[in-house]
Structures are given as C-alpha cells and as structure tokens.
Design a protein around this ligand. Structure first.
Ligand code: 13P
Ligand code: SF4
Length: 301
C-alpha cells in the first residue's frame, strides 16, 4: 500500500476529513478533501460531519478549527508549522492600546494565537476584513497583527481611524515594488494579482488585490492568458490545475512560507495513525477566543 492509499484507509478508520490551505505543498493539496483560504477553512470546519479534522496548515488554523469545534478532535500533522505573524502583538500591548483608545474595536486577523483572540472583539480574514470592519459601528479600529492588511482596509474606509501594532507577514513583506516592475517588464500584458499582506507600495502597483481564493477566482474568471502573482507560491498548484491553458509568473524571489511546507504526506499518515499533533487548548480560552471567531462568521454571512 502506498502512502496515499494508507491515508485513505486511515481516514475511513478514524472518521477523519483532511482540510488544506492553498499554501501547503502540491502533493498535500492533491490528497486533501477540501482546499481553501483561511475564511473558507474556518467556515467549513463548522459544518463537517466527521469526528476528526486533519488541518494541513499552520498552528493558528488548527487552533481556529478547534475553537469552532471544541467537541471534535483536530490534528495538526506538524505542530511546529507556525505563522510568525500570529505572535506579532501581545495581550499587554492590546490592553495598552485599549486604554489609549477606549472607544475602539479590537479587530484581530485570524493569523493570530488563541490567546490574542481572547483580547479581541472580532476576527477577520483577508477575504472578509472589509465587510466586517465596515459593519462595525466603532469609528476607531485597533487592527492587529497585520498592519499591511489593516492599511489596505483603512484606505477603503476613510471615515474610520485605524491604530496598528507593527505586525506583518515576513513572506509577503519581502515582496518589493522593484520585483513587481521586473515581472511587468518581462510579461508586459500580464495583470499583477497581489495579496493584501503585501506592503502598500506593492499593492499600489497591483491590478487586483485579494485573498488567496480571490486571486484564484480572478485568474480563473478572466479571459487573459498570463498573470503575475504576488503571494506565496503554494497557490500556484490550484492556479495551474484549474487553468491548465494559462501561465502564472511568481514575483522573484519566489515567496515561500517554509512553515506551510512542513506538512507532508508521511506526517498526515502519522497523525492519523497515532493521534499525534492533537490541538489541546486551555479550557479557560475556549469561550473568549471563540467569541470573536463566531462574531466573524456571523458578520460575514
Ligand atoms: P488567506 O488564505 O486568507 O488569503 O491568507 C493568506 C495567509 O497568509 C494565510 O496564512
Ligand atoms: Fe503566516 Fe505569512 Fe506564512 Fe501566511 S504566508 S502563514 S501570514 S508567515
């Protein structure tokens, strides 16, 4: 039996479903039952009938799935796969900002630890942040941890005042305006599709800005043959699979989130076989960390 057959068999035995983010490796996306962006994965996790969820992504994704499904077993094939941005603010820092801006809502990007979610009023993903922040009555918004996503949303909501805490995705922040210029010079007719975690100077040069699913939808629905992609390279698998006749050029150097690539078929099989990597959360965290996630799902509906 090869590793893929073994995973299929273990899935049946364990009543498990495999969810994968667009940034994990091609072979992991290929065996997953569902592949999507952070918003899709969190929405989906609530409705699945299986008792075990194998979350192929980084730690905060497993935590979010567990928070939304406390009664289910959530397995992370590699618990070391972490998002550095998820730690780029602290409860103390949020408390200090709340003291300075008592009327502000704390909006927390889903790329954050469960502990940070407990300090927040509502979570957002890149796919729903605009809709959710626009729906909040507060004029002042403390947006953590991703300042780049926050600035992108702030530019579209000029009536609100945004306050940040200096966090960013190191992978997207590394993409430079010069890299966009270079890609455009090489492929002049290709539109630039960028993720809002990129810095503002990169986003200014983009033809389309959206979450991973937004980028995929744009490229699939438009009648253009070539695209320049300014996000993590894992999305290339779905772009190419769903659009075999189109060409996709990633900015140089190719953005790679090493943590997402920690997930392998062998580790998925091991987690299913042994129960390794089960997400365990402190009982006191569930209610306060679930509340902003549940509010996100409600406001995004
Ligand atoms: P989305 O999949 O929500 O676009 O987010 C990208 C990301 O960096 C996830 O870690
Ligand atoms: Fe975190 Fe960036 Fe990796 Fe996404 S791409 S998981 S935001 S480090």
């Amino acid at each position: 039996m090869d590793i893929k057959e073994k995973i299929q068999q273990l899935k049946q035995e364990q009543d498990a479903v495999i969810l994968a983010h667009y940034y994990v490796s091609d072979e992991v996306q290929a065996i997953a039952d569902y592949v999507g962006d952070s918003f899709y994965l969190s929405k989906l996790a609530v409705d699945l009938p299986q008792k075990t969820i194998v979350l192929c992504g980084v730690f905060f994704m497993g935590e979010s799935a567990k928070l939304l499904n406390p009664e289910k077993r959530v397995l992370l094939p590699d618990t070391n796969a972490d998002c550095p941005m998820a730690h780029m603010t602290t409860p103390e820092s949020i408390a200090a900002l709340r003291a300075d801006y008592p009327d502000a809502a704390v909006v927390c990007y889903i790329n954050s630890t469960a502990e940070l979610k407990t300090c927040s009023d509502v979570c957002v993903t890149s796919a729903n942040a605009l809709k959710i922040v626009a729906a909040l009555p507060n004029k002042e918004i403390i947006f953590v941890p991703d300042e780049n996503l926050g600035q992108y949303i702030a530019a579209q909501l000029p009536d609100k005042r945004f306050i940040y805490d200096d966090g960013r995705c190191p992978i997207h922040a590394r993409i430079t305006p010069a890299a966009i210029d270079e890609a455009r010079a090489a492929h002049p007719s290709a539109p630039v599709l960028a993720h809002p975690e990129c810095i503002p100077a990169v986003l200014q040069k983009a033809d389309y800005i959206g979450s991973t699913s937004g980028i995929l939808k744009y490229a699939t629905e438009h009648d253009v043959q070539q695209y320049i992609i300014a996000t993590e390279c894992g999305i290339g698998y779905q772009l190419r699979t769903q659009n075999p006749d189109k060409e996709f050029f990633f900015v140089s150097p190719t953005p790679v989130c090493e943590d997402m690539k920690f997930i392998t078929l062998e580790k998925i099989a091991h987690a299913l076989e042994t129960g390794a990597g089960e997400v365990q959360l402190d009982g006191a965290v569930y209610q306060p960390a679930n509340a902003p996630l549940a509010k996100m799902l409600e406001l995004a509906r």
